[in-house]
Design a binder for this molecule. Structure first.
Ligand code: BGC
Length: 733
């Protein structure tokens, strides 16, 4: 029997205990709230089992990897990228899931974004696509892509930001910041040397340290060190003998040690080939390894991933280190804390008006006016009563196709529709396809559905009766025409378009070409047409943007982010034969070394068809009065004035190139080291200042394995393209 006093004692003890427990729980809660991310990660690491940790390091479906439900840690959801948020596919295979709430806004392809030369456009783009990804509950957006444009044959150039490391470094950073403001991780891809699609899974690239550090890695470095990207994707190819998804040099030494990357390395889908390397060489999450998710293994095919059961076995046998596993898991947990568990996670939004506006603005600013003889454009509607619109791309959906970046859009305005909407009531617009991607040698399967000759005849007939022809052609994101997993077969336009254009030009010389592509093409007809617009894959607002430029509602201000060569052999990568492109026996040497793009053309004095940085306007700009400050701690400021001397408002990208005089090492004739976009009213002048830090003069010294600066004289060249230098000055270092 318990006495009253005993009962009292017990009650007292119980309530004291309850109080202590409650206080402990509250304190824990408090601690939970005030814990830093790193402390939280350490607690989780102690709570997690080995199985739970390994499960986080590989896929559990096509686009997700596991969380730890028991501990409230969510799974990671991912989506392509980079031009819009991809439609849902099935859990275990690539078929469309058939959801009805996954249509997106298609933003212009990244070549277009780069062509704006406007970091503000990149921020706007990143914020908008990030909001769409967030609304769709994606933690990781698989983009942006910053592989350097090395050859115009690369099927995926349209997903990247051109040939210049400085331009792509400047443009990639705001995109990442914009995306990540939405608590969505950007996943910068494809790290690195994935500069062609042919043999992408097996080609073994070798390039010098200089080419690596000066040309191919700077945009990734900027993405990590300035953009603070939370994830990065390893590429399919090999570099110096090791696949890039588990490449010790690229991932451990450069990315994680040198650049201090604290995020997650995600493999490209199916880019992992070896368990030991995947464990030790810097990979964190393995995705897309060849399986349909059901086919292999009794339980679950994902167990057969290189970083699944085999990883557990290695850990249990003591062949793999727990420290390395904990490092991978910490990175993944850190990314989860930054994204789905972020306390400041916004809600996102999908296909909003603001997103359409962002897509249209980027498209309008990225279109490049390549040629405009006698001010042929903008169209003068007082004189133009009948327009013949010719070309399959005038009506074709170009947001689909291309591979993983293909999109299911809420809407897409075609170039023809854009023109009809704006002037369809006042101008007589006739349309003919002229060519069909199915009616040529390129695609025999569909060849029966169209007859190339009659398509051409009908097009020539409407051309002969029109005041003006708007030809909308180019490539189309089909296999071998700007698409993943295949390179283009040549530089010329496909589907008989060169012949078609020649026939059209015989009956009507007033032809404006609207070239839709993510790549340079050969233009045998260049001297015969008065106007050419480089129009990229522009996304949902394509037709509106193109029509605005054709009609002069928008004055074009885009500049080429890569060189158009006259012929393929003029391009550096192609000058050295098969060993340099596409490689021999899957081995490839980047023989042109640092001389990529305009660096090659300028140094070797090979005239381009259209130069890097080129882009015309409906107005003219005058550059004046270059002043260079004194060099203080290696920093120089260039100041000059730009005046709009024409009659309409317009934007100009002032570009600053550095040329080293009498260099003792091989250097490019000039290199872009600064640019600024300015918008001016007619008659208006603005002073532009561009600061050059000491890295603007540096090169990578292979013997010292470090950056170095040559002393002596440097020429500062300022102008509207790499080939139209208007002002010169010199700096002595
Ligand atoms: C592509 C990646 C893409 C991934 C997922 C791969 O084939 O190379 O860019 O993010 O698929 O769709």
């Amino acid at each position: 029997m318990i006495s009253i006093s005993n009962q009292y004692c017990i009650q007292k003890v119980v309530s004291v205990c309850a109080f202590v427990i409650l206080a402990f729980i509250c304190q824990q809660g408090q601690a939970q709230k005030t814990l830093t991310g790193e402390a939280q990660i350490n607690i989780w690491l102690k709570q997690m089992t080995l199985d739970e940790k390994v499960a986080m390091c590989h896929a559990q479906s096509k686009f997700t990897s596991k969380g730890v439900p028991r501990l409230g840690i969510p799974e990671v959801t991912m989506s392509d990228g980079p031009h819009g948020v991809r439609a849902e596919v099935n859990w275990d295979n690539w078929s469309a899931a058939g959801w009805t709430n996954d249509s997106c806004t298609a933003f212009p392809a990244l070549t277009c974004l780069a062509a704006t030369f406007n970091p503000q456009m990149s921020l706007l783009y990143g914020q908008a696509i990030g909001e769409e990804a967030r609304y769709r509950n994606k933690d990781v957006l698989l983009g942006p892509g910053v592989n350097i444009y090395r050859t115009p044959l690369n099927g995926r150039n349209f997903e990247y930001m051109g040939e210049d490391p400085y331009l792509s470094s400047i443009m990639v950073v705001p995109y990442i910041k914009g995306v990540q403001q939405n608590a969505v991780a950007a996943c910068v891809k494809h790290y690195a040397f994935n500069n062609q699609e042919l043999w992408r899974s097996s080609v073994d690239v070798s390039a010098s340290d200089r080419a690596m550090f000066e040309i191919y890695l700077p945009a990734f470095k900027a993405a990590v060190m300035e953009g603070k990207a939370w994830s990065i994707m390893g590429s399919y190819n090999k570099f110096r003998g090791e696949h890039c998804c588990h490449n010790d040099l690229l991932l451990n030494k450069i990315l994680k040690d040198e650049w201090k990357f604290d995020g997650v390395v995600i493999s490209d889908w199916g880019g992992v080939h070896n368990t030991t390397q995947a464990i030790n060489n810097g990979l964190d999450i393995e995705m897309g390894t060849g399986t349909d998710g059901f086919g292999k293994g009794a339980k679950n095919a994902y167990d057969f991933y290189y970083l699944a059961n085999a990883y557990k076995t290695a850990l249990r046998n003591g062949e793999a280190s727990m420290t390395v596993l904990n490092d991978k898991v910490s990175r993944i947990l850190r990314m989860i804390l930054r994204t789905s568990m972020s306390k400041n996670r916004p809600f996102g939004s999908l296909v909003s008006e603001a997103h359409s506006t962002a897509a249209r603005k980027v498209a309008e600013e990225g279109i490049v006016l390549l040629k405009n003889q006698d001010n042929f454009l903008p169209l003068n509607l007082k004189e133009v009563k009948t327009i013949a619109v010719i070309g399959e791309n005038a009506t074709r959906s170009l947001t689909i196709g291309g591979g993983s970046s293909g999109l299911k859009v809420k809407y897409e305005v075609s170039p023809l529709q854009g023109l009809l909407d704006k002037v369809g009531n006042s101008v007589n617009i006739n349309y003919q396809m002229g060519y069909a991607s199915g009616a040529s040698d390129y695609n025999k399967e569909e060849a029966s559905s169209y007859d190339a000759d009659s398509l051409m005849r009908e097009a020539v007939t409407i051309a002969s009766k029109a005041d003006v022809v708007i030809y909308v052609g180019g490539l189309n994101k089909n296999h071998l025409q700007d698409s993943e997993d295949g390179d283009r077969a040549g530089l010329n336009l496909p589907f008989g378009q060169d012949k078609l254009l020649t026939e059209i030009l015989k009956v009507n010389k007033k032809v404006a070409i609207v070239l839709i592509s993510g790549n340079a093409v050969a233009m045998p007809w260049v001297n015969d047409v008065p106007a050419i617009l480089q129009s990229w894959y522009l996304g949902s607002e394509a037709g509106n943007a193109i029509a605005s430029v054709l009609l002069g509602e928008v004055n074009p201000s885009g500049k080429l982010p890569f060189t158009f060569p006259v012929q393929l052999s003029d391009n550096g990568a192609h000058s050295f034969g098969a060993i340099s492109y596409p490689g021999i026996d899957k081995k490839q040497e980047y023989k042109e070394d640092i001389l990529v793009g305009y660096r090659w053309h300028d140094t070797k004095k090979i005239e381009p068809l259209f130069a890097f940085g080129h882009g015309l306007s409906y107005t003219n700009f005058l550059y004046k009065n270059l002043q260079l400050s004194r060099v203080v701690n290696g920093v120089v400021t260039a100041t000059f004035t730009i005046t709009n001397t024409g009659k309409v408002y317009g934007g100009e990208v002032a570009q600053l190139y550095v040329h080293k005089k009498n260099s003792s090492i091989i250097r490019a004739e000039k290199e872009l080291k600064g640019f600024q976009k300015v918008f001016l009213n007619p008659g208006e002048s603005k002073s532009v200042s561009i600061q050059l830090k000491n890295n603007a003069f540096q090169y990578y010294d292979e013997t010292k394995k470090d950056w170095a600066t040559e002393k002596g004289e440097y020429e500062i060249q300022v102008g509207g393209s790499s080939r139209t230098i208007r002002l010169n000055g010199k700096v002595i270092l």
